[in-house]
Design a protein around this ligand. Structure first.
Ligand code: GLN
Length: 542
């Protein structure tokens, strides 16, 4: 490890998971962040992912869910999205580290001769690299909450667990706690909650040398005092540190539910921090809106990664935030783009929806269906929101149907179309390497006044996050504008089209960027807010 940080006052909370995956470690970590912030403490979060990919950028969203993009252009695990939505922490490249990245960097150092002839080993070289990465995010904060991906017992996560075990003794042990998330299943036939999986999971963790300080027990039913005592006894934790993490209807209820269980007070006590009254009023406010919305609206999402809804995680959350901002419940109508292709009755799929959204995506599957969805929304004057590939579809549709450029297309889909309305920039070369060839991260965008975009943002310059290779082809800009397509957002040098709109429409806006990455329940993104409000008006009128 580079520096012995024994004087550091930063506190570290390591979050591990046991029994099975998908218990909600990311939400638990994010909720702890939210609770600590409610005491005025500054937190950051980080995720250690045990897989060998250097980053999730090239992974199929159907395998691993959405790729979340940060301001500085890192392609990261979707849990970083939860961290940014639940707290004020700003995620950067350094906040997500995979095993692949760690090994890659250590091997590069070895090739450069940096280990001076030593045998390079998991302990100490890999574990040192991991620990240095953890210290790297600890600048300027009171707390680092570090989540270890995977499940205890996996071979893959061992170097990470070993590193966090060592970490406690590298710095002041008083500044480190371990929180373990487990499952306490309810067995119907026995009519009982069962503690054995938790016992075994903690045993596994202890084998590695980690004794958890707090157990978050994911469960369908509240844990009784007796069950907590039993778990405490078998797992060597205090009974108060056995926390019920009961299923709730909305993820935004989790911070309050954990607060009711006393989690924040226990964390503060374990670190010897005097607690004062937390300020959770904003969380309480949004939960009232979530639980008792005044309105309701259905939005159609026309996509192709529908078998794993996690592929659209931030998008779905941003729609819910738009709902919270309008005091409305948003119901989602998932429309498989391929079902719209060559289907005369395809528009029936939209019949109860008051807004249509075509999200980002890659490749040609379902593309014609997405373009048909745009036609439906444009012609029937249903509020429409296109995001990234969704904007490409909107522009192609306009070129084909309004400008009469037959078979207009994107060069992502075909290089043979007569009009490549969406194309690579002239100097862009993506042959060979698929990783790291995209426009990634935050870019400025200038807005035209008198537009849906300006109306939503209320300012003329905005910064939004990108993740794409293809752009609006400037060769066709004037023709499309002459035919009524409004370009309401451009890059400061004027070269890149960022937002297009159609004026004679209640709300038709498509953007080259991903606004969903910048939305939170407390601060719904302005475009989602206005898309939902237009959809509500559409519902009222129709
Ligand atoms: N596939 C398109 C591109 O690479 C759009 C990407 C996206 O929707 N994120 O440009």
């Amino acid at each position: 490890m580079k520096k012995k940080n024994s004087k550091s006052k930063v506190k570290f909370i390591f979050v591990t998971g046991g029994v099975l995956s998908s218990l909600g470690k990311g939400i638990a970590a994010a909720s702890m962040g939210a609770l600590l912030e409610s005491y005025g403490l500054k937190v950051t979060l980080m995720k250690l992912d045990p897989y060998i990919n250097v980053d999730p950028g090239t992974m199929n969203p159907l395998q691993h869910g959405e790729v979340y993009v940060t301001d500085d252009g890192a392609e990261t695990d979707l849990d970083l999205g939860h961290y940014e939505r639940f707290t004020h922490a700003q995620m950067r490249k350094t906040n997500n580290v995979t095993a692949g990245k760690i090994y890659h960097d250590v091997i590069q150092k070895e090739r450069k001769g940096e280990f001076l002839g030593k045998t390079v080993q998991v302990i100490p070289h890999i574990t040192d690299e991991i620990k240095n990465r953890i210290l790297l995010v600890a600048e300027g904060v009171d707390f680092v909450i570090c989540e270890v991906g995977g499940t205890v017992g996996d071979i893959e996560s061992l170097p990470f667990l070993e590193a966090i075990r060592q970490f406690r003794f590298d710095i002041n042990p008083k500044n480190v706690i371990y929180v373990h998330l487990t499952l306490v299943p309810y067995i119907k036939t026995a009519g009982e909650l069962k503690t054995k999986p938790t016992q075994h999971s903690v045993q596994k963790l202890r084998e590695i040398g980690i004794q958890p300080d707090i157990l978050l027990c994911r469960t369908e039913q509240k844990l009784s005092k007796d069950i907590k005592k039993k778990i405490a006894l078998f797992c060597s934790v205090e009974p108060q540190s056995v926390i019920t993490a009961q299923d709730v209807d909305s993820i935004y209820q989790v911070p309050l539910a954990l607060h009711d269980e006393g989690l924040d007070k226990i964390i503060l006590r374990k670190f010897g921090i005097k607690d004062k009254a937390p300020n959770l009023s904003k969380w309480q406010d949004i939960n009232v809106k979530i639980q008792k919305p005044k309105h309701e609206v259905e939005i159609a999402i026309v996509g192709k990664y529908l078998d794993l809804k996690e592929s659209y995680k931030s998008l779905v959350e941003a729609l819910y935030h738009g709902g919270i901002g309008n005091n409305a419940k948003v119901n989602l109508n998932w429309v498989d783009a391929e079902l719209l292709e060559g289907n005369e009755n395809g528009s029936d799929l939209f019949k109860n929806s008051s807004g249509v959204l075509v999200p980002g995506g890659f490749g040609d599957r379902g593309i014609e269906g997405k373009i048909r969805a745009v036609t439906y929304a444009r012609v029937n004057k249903v509020p429409f929101f296109g995001i990234c590939l969704g904007m490409h579809c909107a522009v192609i549709e306009y070129a084909r149907s309004v400008v009469n450029l037959k078979n207009a297309h994107s060069s992502e889909i075909t290089s043979n179309a007569p009009y490549l309305i969406i194309d690579l920039l002239p100097d862009q070369d993506v042959k060979g390497n698929k990783g790291g060839t995209m426009r990634l991260g935050e870019y400025p965008c200038q807005l035209r006044k008198n537009s849906f975009a300006y109306e939503a943002y209320g300012t003329t310059e905005v910064y939004e996050r990108h993740r794409h290779r293809y752009e609006f082809n400037n060769k066709y800009r004037l023709r499309l504008e002459d035919a009524g397509l409004k370009i309401s957002g451009i890059s400061p040098n004027g070269n890149l089209v960022e937002i297009v709109e159609i004026e004679d429409h209640p709300w038709f806006l498509a953007g080259q960027f991903h606004p969903e990455f910048k939305s939170s329940p407390m601060e719904p993104h302005p475009l989602f807010q206005n898309f939902i409000s237009s959809s509500l008006s559409y519902k009222e009128k129709n």
